[in-house]
Design a protein around this ligand. Structure first.
Ligand SMILES: NC(=O)c1ccc[n+]([C@@H]2O[C@H](COP(=O)([O-])OP(=O)(O)OC[C@H]3O[C@@H](n4cnc5c(N)ncnc54)[C@H](O)[C@@H]3O)[C@@H](O)[C@H]2O)c1
Length: 436
């Protein structure tokens, strides 16, 4: 990454969210509460994180938000789309993540966030029957309507920049097909209603056409195919994704690097979850679960590198399950049973029981991604933003590069990207010559 002049974050930043469900509303509500000093934005690197600048001996620690020019909380303006007409207050209540004591002080602002009609073909999300959806003869028509929505939002809110974070439901698993190879092919696919083009791709394509940075918080295929990347380059738009790294995968990418660093072997890793929110309901459909499973399974293999370490990691049984269990709502419980072995092959076990809150873990990631993808655009970075891998289960990588899942490597990579952006030396912890 080459240091470029990063322009200041002047004016309002529009944040548009396709899918104003549990994550979307928890994020917006948290920002509104934090703006008023009514709650702490815990988990956000751009709010609470810091990084070292220069030598350790100089002791220069800077707040991330003081080091890079980021949009302030006060400058964020929110909007979005959904396939149900509930405003953000109704939707937050339906999601059941936040308590009334957190919704009441910002009820008016949330009520004013009314979703625009969603672009939705139900075959990609079989468990939902949307009632608040756009009509159009072709998928190309829907893209045009989404582009109109973006322009209208910009005008009405008077924002100087806009970013989109996709938080819609998980769709059936799709792999790039013929129509995804070229821009011409994709445009033809839109006109011909190609079944390989899902709802998420309509939003991503509309954003790229409008020059709006796009973040994909779900495992869905969005713009991560040759035609999408070509359009992103042509329009100089930064992209990031995919699938927010929260809950069980977060824990996995914290533990696995530690076991590997100690050269402890693994025979198996069984992960199961119970989850009762709308996301869980959608994932109850095997085709949607497949998209999640692919995204979740990749992480261990990449971290442990069984080819380089066949004795330790050549024969691991890795299984991931998600069970829809309504009584739990958004309060997911994830269990991991890890079968490991040590000196002379003696077996051991680790059991993890993580009673987490999915949207509480995801919301700060949305805030950071909103700010960082906007920063990327002001730093004139376009295409895949690999330095944002820290936030994702299945990070998009630059062509020819491979995914990094180790949370600590991802964290170092992100901070070095910020240093490089600002023309500061990167930190590689090489030894005494660096800090003496
Ligand atoms: N919460 C987490 O920790 C986490 C982590 C990784 C990924 N995710 C993903 O983030 C997404 C959102 O999660 P959630 O818990 O908020 O789910 P949710 O079901 O509460 O919200 C999703 C919303 O998207 C809407 N929607 C579906 N299709 C749409 C479309 N085409 N256009 C506009 N709106 C649409 C739904 O009506 C719903 O309101 C899911 O795909 C989930 O898998 C969440």
């Amino acid at each position: 990454m080459i240091a470029q002049a990063v322009s200041k974050a002047e004016g309002k930043l529009g944040v548009l969210i396709p899918g104003l469900g549990a994550v979307g509303t928890t994020f917006v509500a948290g920002c509104l509460l934090a703006q008023r000093g009514l709650a702490e934005p815990v988990g956000s690197l751009t709010e609470l994180g810091s990084l070292r600048v220069g030598k350790k001996s100089e002791g220069t620690l800077s707040r991330v938000r003081d080091f890079v020019p980021l949009a302030s909380l006060d400058d964020l303006a929110f909007g979005g789309w959904d396939i149900f007409p509930d405003n953000a207050l109704e939707s937050a209540r339906h999601a059941g993540v936040l308590e009334e004591r957190h919704l009441t002080p910002i009820a008016e602002e949330l009520r004013a966030i009314v979703p625009m009609r969603g672009a939705f073909h139900p075959e990609y999300v079989k468990r939902l029957s949307g009632t608040h959806v756009k009509r159009g003869a072709t998928k190309a028509d829907l893209v045009e309507q989404l582009r109109d929505d973006i322009r209208k939002f910009r005008r009405e809110q008077g924002v100087s920049r806009t970013v989109v974070v996709f938080c819609g439901s998980t769709e059936t698993y799709l792999e790039p097909a013929r129509c995804h190879q070229t821009m011409v092919g994709f445009n033809r696919g839109l006109l011909e209603n190609d079944p390989a083009i899902s709802n998420t791709q309509l939003y991503a394509w509309a954003c790229l056409q409008e020059g709006v940075p796009f973040v994909n918080g779900t495992p869905n295929l969005a713009a991560d195919f040759p035609a999408g990347l070509a359009l992103a380059r042509e329009r100089a738009v930064p992209l990031a994704g995919k699938d927010f790294k929260t809950g069980q995968t977060l824990v996995k990418t914290i533990l696995a690097p530690g076991l590997k660093a100690r050269l402890l072997g693994l025979n198996g890793w069984f992960s199961t979850n119970i989850l009762g929110n709308r996301d869980g309901e959608v994932l109850d459909d095997p085709a949607s679960f497949r998209a999640k499973e692919v995204s979740k399974l990749g992480v261990l293999e990449r971290i442990l590198d069984p080819e380089a370490n066949p004795t330790l990691y050549g024969n691991i049984h890795h299984k991931v399950r998600i069970e829809y269990y309504p009584p739990r709502g958004d309060a997911k419980e994830g269990w991991d049973s890890i079968d490991l072995f040590g000196w002379l092959g003696y077996p051991m076990q680790i059991k993890v029981d993580f009673s987490c809150r999915d949207s509480i873990l995801a919301a700060p990631l949305v805030l950071d991604l909103v700010r960082f993808i906007d920063l990327a655009q002001r730093a004139k970075l376009s295409g895949t933003q690999e330095w944002l891998s820290f936030y994702f289960k299945s990070p998009l990588t630059a062509p020819g590069s491979h995914q990094v899942h180790d949370l600590f490597v991802q964290n170092a990579k992100l901070k070095n990207a910020l240093r490089a952006m600002m023309g500061a030396p990167v930190v590689t912890e090489p030894g005494p010559e660096f800090y003496e």
